[in-house]
Structures are given as structure tokens and as C-alpha cells.
Design a protein around this ligand. Sequence first.
Ligand SMILES: O=C(O)CCC(=O)C(=O)O
Length: 274
Amino acid sequence: MRLTDAPLKRLNAAQIAQFFDAGLVAMPFASPAEVEMNRQRIEDVSRRLGGAPLSANTFCQERYLSPLFEIAAHPAILDVVEDILGPDFYLWGTHVISKGPGHVGYSWHQDRPHFPFRYAEPSRHPREAPVTLTAWVAIDDADIANGAFAYVAGSHRGGELEHESVPVAGLEDEGISEISSIRTSAFDPRNATTAYNELPAGSVSFHHDLLVHGSGPNPSGRRRTGVSIHYARTDVACDRSVWPKLHVRLMRGIDRYGYNPLWAEFVDGPVELG
Ligand SMILES: O=C(O)CCC(=O)C(=O)O
């Protein structure tokens, strides 16, 4: 299926079909020099945060931490977003997910129930359309041994699943003592076939916001850092009762709707959402 009749810029028809069938499509996008530049950008962010944990301090901070915006603005990434979402879309958030050696990983979840975004006129969109499209950029090599992103192919077609908060140990650095996880009555990982999104540094995957995913522990001695980047069409509105201060950045096309305030200038300090 396609959400737009615009000509494809980077994906081919088989890759589009893969995104809608499996819920995820991945590819290399960066040259070796850009891989190094992206690592430097993450170092720069870490310096600007005074060494504070990246995963806890980078959510939706691309208006403040410009290196994150630079990663999110790579033309090859935007071409894929355009192929999936159509010509008019914005960036609403980035998040560095840095799993050092010994990290415990993240539970099975879907993204959509955690983000206050919906199509303003849902009847105008196919049921299969993602509300948020997430690009996951590999800063380091991500593989099974260091806790690659794991997912259940095709699970996005099962609709929105019920989540519950469960206590978790080992994520104190990220300010997390409870984590939202799909209820086992709605999804039992023991009965599911897990696929692993193994990505060499410089690759990117794109996943549907109903895809069931998470990631295992990192028992290796290697860091596994990625940047999760969230895009949505301009006819997707943020629920302002949840995030009254959110501003989004138009990345391509025209905003014909004005549902969300736009930002154009960077700011000097951390951005608040609510
Ligand atoms: O990077 C991970 O381990 C999990 C990523 C994730 O949950 C996401 O990007 O939505």
C-alpha cells in the first residue's frame, strides 16, 4: 500500500511492501566519514550535557541539542520518510538510546500508546497508516550480542495492545524504576518469533508505531548507541493537553493544517513538553 501517489525517492516498491508487511525496513545510509561525524555528534551532545546519561536527557531535545537535529535532517533519511509518509511531514522528537556494557535492555512495547499523537481526521487514512514513523540510526554496530533492537515481524497489524507499568531494576541512571510493557495476556513473547534488527553503524531502520519491539540486555563489552527519531505527517495533531509546550519542526513540504506550533530557531537550554 502507499499513503501518497508521489514518485518514490529512495525506497523501491518491494521495500515499501516490506515496511507495511513486516512493520520495519532497514538500509545503509551514511558514508564512513558520516559514521564518524555521527559519533562525534553524540560525543558533542554528551559534552553539552556535562556527561549526564544520554538516554535520560535527550528526549525531544533536538531544538536545544543541534547535533541530534543534524542527524535527523540527513537527506537520505528524509527521502525514506517521504516515501512512506508522503511529501508533508514534521520531526517531533529524537532520543539517544545508549546501552553500555551490562545494560538490562527494554521490555516489549509499541510506541503509539506512549505518544500523544493522532490523525486529526482518522477516517481519511488507511487503518494501516503509521501515526508516527520512527527512524532508528545506528551510531555503533548493533547486533544480537550487544542487545540489538528486537521485534516481531507483522505484529503492527494486530492493532494497539494493552500495556502496564512493571517495576524494573538496572535503569536507575535513566531515571526509570517502572517500565511500560505489553500485558502478557495481550502478547506472550514466548509464543512469538523474534527478529533482530542487526544494524552496522551508518545504517538506519524505519518502524511502524504499532510494531511490537524491545531489546535484550547487553552482556558484551561494547556500547550499543542508537538515535530514535520520530516523524509524522502534518495532518497528525499532538494532544496539547498532554504536551502543551511541544513544538515540531517542518522537515519537508507544506503545513496546510497548523495543528502543531512549528519551531525554526534553536534554543539555548533544555526544552519542556508539558
Ligand atoms: O533501542 C532500543 O533498544 C529500543 C528502541 C525503541 O524502543 C524505539 O526506538 O522505539
